[in-house]
Design a protein around this ligand. Structure first.
Ligand code: FE2
Ligand code: FE2
Ligand code: FE2
Length: 181
């Protein structure tokens, strides 16, 4: 019988500054490649090329393993309580500083679509911030998050616990198109 699958990416180790910097850059690059290929897959599917879509999906997953491995070696994967705290911090930075600053510049430069993209993201980050905060409180008492569907808008990323709304309150997409996790 084959051994059961174990999630064993390369382990954290003490790194010299150059190696740590290169792994950070490679983590960013692999993450971006993975996301780019998912977007390319969706385009291929729209163009009636399901097997090209499948190729992009497969390679996107492969790139995600590279990103995960680099992050692991960098020591960026903790236990779930730590990870929820880290995730909360990232969302909070985006809400309080990053997106407000980016939006101010986009406004000055008259970048309308960029402002829409920023607004979608900032709004969804607020959903995530709240969800991570509530979930961390549960995990710290040894509980898992409550079971039940989590629904995500495919356009703006609005994230809700429970059933999808009839219409996304942020971007107007019909709830039937939400993706359920
Ligand atoms: Fe890669
Ligand atoms: Fe987020
Ligand atoms: Fe939406």
């Amino acid at each position: 019988m084959p051994k059961p699958f174990m999630n064993t990416p390369p382990k954290p180790e003490k790194l010299g500054a150059m190696t740590a910097g290169f792994l950070q850059e490679a983590f960013a690059g692999e993450s971006q490649a993975s996301q780019k290929y998912l977007a390319f897959s969706a385009r291929a599917a729209d163009e009636g090329l399901p097997n090209v879509a499948r190729l992009f999906d497969a390679v996107a997953y492969a790139e995600s393993t590279h990103a995960r491995n680099h992050l692991s070696v960098l020591g960026g994967i903790g236990d779930s309580s730590e990870n929820l705290k880290e995730a909360f911090g990232g969302e909070t930075f985006e809400i309080d500083q990053m997106y407000p600053a980016y939006d101010a510049v986009a406004d000055l430069q008259g970048a309308k679509e960029a402002r829409t993209s920023i607004r979608y993201a900032k709004s969804a980050e607020q959903d995530h911030q709240a969800l991570y905060e509530a979930t961390r409180a549960a995990v710290q008492t040894g509980e898992d998050m409550a079971a039940g569907p989590i629904n995500v808008c495919p356009i703006c990323g609005h994230t809700v616990i429970g059933d999808a709304p009839a219409e996304c309150p942020v971007c107007g997409t019909a709830g039937q198109f939400f993706r359920t996790f």
